[in-house]
Ligand binder design. Structure first.
Ligand code: DC
Length: 228
């Protein structure tokens, strides 16, 4: 009898095992869409770490904070960044619709290179993943935030494809040309891949997937096919 209970308990543990899925890739590669859809398919939480850097950038812009490590670290000591029902909250306010401008994108890239900013946000990201199953996307998830993630994916697409996609999303709204979007993406690629701290690199054990070759739903299904 006791033996049966132990087996049942082990089975339950197995069923309830917390899983973490790390998805990294450059801006506009389609990693967020893929991550969001994968989380939906698996019925687990999606954590957009780029949105956290963007929220911090938004606050720095709005408060006119100088972009150096001490000033940004001090600002973040008095800042709450969290998620609620998939929405990004900055000091308790949903800022989801204010963080997708080119100005915030460029500032997010700059402040994400600061050690104090990374330390604070990585700490929050690890805490979230220690409590629940997550699909987390960003630049350093598989290499730094969750090096022991159960699954790691690296999502790519050529610069031209990424620029066109981003331009279709924000070009008309923000009044920016395809050339401006391409230039901004190239600049951010350079900053993200060459910064000293946690640069964007593919983890050795990540599965690389190009969204150039797969549609949105096909990509999510492909990712799911790896998750046992
Ligand atoms: O994924 P995104 O474009 O929303 O990210 C915004 C910026 O934040 C991007 O320029 C790089 C930075 N970032 C980072 O350094 N580390 C992460 N884990 C996620 C984003």
């Amino acid at each position: 009898m006791i033996k049966i209970k132990a087996v049942q308990f082990l089975r339950m543990e197995n069923v309830m095992k917390r899983i973490s899925i790390a998805i990294d890739g450059p801006s506009g590669s389609g990693k967020s869409t893929a991550a969001k859809n994968l989380a939906k398919l698996l019925n687990i939480e999606y954590i957009d770490t780029g949105a956290m850097y963007r929220a911090a950038a938004l606050k720095a812009i709005e408060q006119g904070i100088s972009i150096d490590n001490d000033s940004v670290t001090e600002m973040l000591e008095n800042t709450e960044i969290d998620f609620s029902n998939g929405s990004i909250l900055l000091d308790g306010v949903d800022v989801g619709d204010r963080i997708r401008t080119l100005e915030v994108s460029s500032m997010a890239s700059r402040i994400s290179a600061l050690p104090g900013c990374r330390r604070k946000l990585v700490d929050i990201q690890r805490k979230i993943a220690s409590k629940k199953s997550v699909v987390m996307d960003g630049r350093d998830i598989g290499t730094n935030v969750l090096p022991d993630a159960d699954y790691k994916f690296f999502i790519t697409a050529p610069l031209e494809t990424r620029a066109r996609r981003r331009w279709q999303e924000i070009g008309e709204r923000d009044g920016v040309s395809l050339d401006e979007v391409r230039e901004d993406l190239a600049k951010r690629d350079k900053l993200d891949t060459t910064r000293a701290l946690d640069p964007l690199v593919e983890a050795d054990d990540a599965v690389e997937i190009s969204t150039e070759e797969h549609g949105i739903y096909e990509t999510a299904e492909l990712l799911r096919s790896y998750v046992k």
